[in-house]
Ligand binder design. Structure first.
Ligand code: ADP
Ligand code: MG
Length: 711
């Protein structure tokens, strides 16, 4: 008989397991466990190695130790200032120990007399006895075996780890006869030395040694990553296979004359990216490429060069930004870059005409909007910059050749796909535009392989020469803050300019604006009195914003007090000081973005991160002080926040990464990706890998499934 597949296991309800009655079934359901598959993929969160345990009689005061003990007695009392203290007296036959818990009143219920528990902590001598304060407690129950798995427990559902362990054991015992099938081809698992799935499930739940547990984890983590990669690689290959791309003519002179007119020469990283992109553009398959680069790495120039390749071949190009402010800023900047460029036009008397760039957001209305729409439809607009308004009903292109998406983690896979289809439905010959996605927030390589696994990647890993390093300081508390304003005044006196970024207020833009106005007034009449201050925020009209920005650019303002609207795109080389208030409210990536607004000219620049923290510790602020490298910071960010936030665009639910970690398992991510390419390229529709295909269909969401099986 064939081994049990994940589908088979998903069809056996947990109530079939010995000891799971109606009440337990409901409790398990609350934890998301309905089937035997759910049960055996609920992994222990820790393993207690009994062979490693110490005896109480041998404990030395001051040393950390794991002891396996029986609860003798539990007492709860309250101190005068209303704190509760639970003291459990425990013993193991060689001695006694007090486990003391502060402010954990529920321990009284948890630690019942007679229970076997593992305690991990530092033993101290106290009043002639031994004591552990707030040790880690694992309930062992009556489990035997050298290594005891500790499962996630639920106080609320009253499920204990030994019950879980018992059910898993029962489930695995009942799988023994048929065995657990392995859908990952031997050609993949063999060379990587991965244990079989059958072995992996047994050893993750009931390992004989910790090494067995590690091997099991490696196998099961690999499977999680491999499944995600197979889906991504299939998506990538299907797009390449099923859509008709445009073979752009990359020999034209428009890009060249654009590059020649730049006041600087391209960095080698920019050149390399443009070459990679040009190769994609010239190829018959549509491009799906990610351009990663730190703030200030010069992505805009690469994006513009990409769009000009389309334009020189008489196609149109679009750049989509996540917000109106950003679209407006890109528009202003790019129009300046393209000023004076001509495109060849046979129908024109002179054989050429000025390149036409337009803006399309929801703020562009009336006659102006009609004109832009008409220009897009008849092809007289070469390049359009806008928001998601670009993909709305009623927007028609004559022949869209390239789309650049300035993503910044705000668009999803679906929106990217929509923009692509937009071209597809409009273009008379059914071709699909090439897509370049830009992220201003670098993400670590292995994470990129997962989050953007359906894209190719170009990296701008070198900054333009002549940039001055930005020195970052942390100003914590009022005294430090005084120094900040002193520095701003000194820089202004030396002819430089400064930004002050106001606290980020998540709850509402209205409150954020109010607080920015307050800060502006406070500084103007207080710390920065006598300087020329401007205010910029997201609720101002485009014209007002533009005039404030222009005044700042022309040096008519010394200090720009702003909300995060200045996050991207603002470029004033004479600005050398960035002050970020309540910096602890921002994320690492955002702080790094903001900081990138200075250090753009010849003068030394500084960034002040201002906080008012009691504790005087903040790992994010500290990371920013320690590094100016966006990729390094991205690693730090992943370290601090964990995967959850990065995986938001990827799969959810049963396809979650439960064991695998993008942070810890970098090597495994790369191996899984390579294996996925091998498998998919040998058999693009997985026609001879039906078990694997079925498992993906089972574990991935409807939307992923549709994608997988539509093709
Ligand atoms: P990013 O979008 O990657 O943060 P930008 O495209 O906004 O960076 O470029 C940042 C600044 O660097 C701009 O002022 C731009 O004019 C300038 N710049 C871009 N490429 C170069 C280069 N090769 N040499 C010098 N300056 C450059
Ligand atoms: Mg930019």
């Amino acid at each position: 008989m064939a081994g049990l597949t994940f589908r088979d296991l998903s069809e056996i309800g947990v109530e079939r397991i010995k000891g799971v009655g109606e009440k337990r079934r409901a409790a398990l359901h609350d934890l998301g466990i309905d089937s035997v598959l759910d049960l055996i993929t609920t992994y222990p969160r820790r393993w207690v190695d009994r062979t490693n345990e110490a005896r109480i009689g041998d404990l030395e005061a001051g040393a950390e130790a794991l002891v396996l003990v029986t609860v003798r007695d539990v007492v709860k009392r309250s101190t005068r200032n209303k704190r509760t203290i639970v003291t459990a007296t425990v013993g193991d036959g060689t001695g006694r120990l007090h486990a003391v818990f502060f402010n954990q009143p529920w321990r009284e219920r948890q630690l019942r007399e007679g229970l076997t528990v593992a305690l991990f902590g530092r033993a101290e001598s106290y009043r002639g006895g031994l004591q552990m304060t707030n040790p880690i407690v694992d309930l062992i129950g009556d489990r035997t075996g050298r290594i005891v798995p500790i499962y996630p427990q639920s106080e609320k559902a009253q499920l204990t780890t030994w019950e879980m362990a018992g059910w898993v054991e029962n489930a695995l015992d009942r799988c023994r006869e048929r065995g657990i099938a392995d859908p990952v081809p031997e050609s993949v698992t063999g060379p990587l030395g991965l244990v079989s799935r059958e072995v992996a499930f047994r050893s993750i739940h009931q390992p004989d040694t910790l090494r067995d547990k590690d091997l099991a984890r490696r196998r099961l983590a690999f499977d999680e990553l491999f499944r995600v990669q197979v889906v991504l690689v299939m998506r990538k290959r299907a797009l390449e296979r099923n859509s008709l791309g445009i073979r752009h003519d990359v020999s034209g002179t428009l890009v060249q004359s654009f590059v020649e007119r730049l006041p600087y020469s391209l960095t080698s990283a920019q050149q390399r990216a443009i070459e990679e992109i040009s190769a994609d553009l010239a190829a018959p398959q549509p491009m799906h490429r990610l351009l990663q680069g730190d703030v200030g790495a010069g992505k805009t120039v690469v994006a513009v060069a990409t769009m000009l390749v389309a334009v020189q071949g008489r196609h149109q190009a679009a750049l989509m930004a996540p917000t109106e402010v950003l679209a407006e800023q890109h528009f202003a900047g790019i129009r300046r870059l393209l000023d004076g460029l001509q495109v060849s036009d046979a129908s024109n008397l002179f054989g050429s005409r000025p390149l036409r760039v337009e803006l399309l957001t929801n703020r562009v209305a009336g006659a102006e909007r009609r004109e832009v729409l008409a220009g897009l439809a008849d092809g007289s607009v070469d390049l359009v910059i806008g928001t998601h308004a670009l993909i709305q009903e009623g927007v028609r292109f004559r022949h869209l050749g390239v789309v650049v998406v300035d993503e910044q983690h705000r668009f999803g896979v679906e929106q990217r796909a929509m923009l692509r289809t937009k071209g597809e439905s409009d273009n008379p010959d059914g071709t699909v535009p090439d897509v370049l996605v830009m992220t201003a927030t670098p993400i670590p390589r292995t994470a990129a392989m997962t989050v953007y696994g359906d894209l190719d990647v170009s990296v701008l890993d070198a900054k333009p020469a002549g940039r001055t390093e930005i020195v970052t300081h942390w100003a914590n508390g009022e005294l430090d803050e005084m120094a900040v304003w002193g520095d701003v005044r000194a820089e202004v006196a030396a002819g430089r300019q400064a930004y002050v970024v106001c606290p980020l207020i998540d709850e509402s833009e209205k409150i954020e604006v109010a607080s920015a106005e307050q800060t502006f007034e406070r500084l103007r009449s207080g710390e920065l009195r006598g300087l020329r201050l401007g205010l910029l925020h997201g609720r101002m009209s485009a014209a007002d914003k533009e005039s404030v920005m222009d005044a700042f650019r022309r040096g008519e303002l010394d200090v720009l007090v702003a909300t995060t609207v200045i996050e991207v795109g603002v470029d004033v080389p004479n600005a050398t000081v960035m002050v970020i208030l309540d910096a602890d409210r921002f994320g690492i990536a955002q702080l790094h973005q903001l900081r990138g607004r200075v250090g753009r000219g010849e003068h030394a620049s500084r960034c002040w991160l201002v906080t008012g923290l009691q504790e005087g510790v903040n790992p994010r602020v500290e990371a920013l002080v320690a590094s100016t490298d966006g990729f390094e910071l991205a690693e730090a960010d992943l370290e601090l926040r964990g995967e959850g936030t990065i995986m938001n665009t990827a799969q959810k639910g049963r396809s979650d990464l439960r064991l695998a970690s993008l942070r810890r398992d970098k090597e495994l991510v790369a191996l899984a990706r390579k294996a996925a390419f091998d498998v998919v390229d040998a058999d693009p529709t997985l026609s001879s890998q039906s078990m694997l295909a079925d498992e993906l269909a089972l574990l991935f969401t409807a939307e992923d499934e549709e994608f997988l099986f539509k093709n």
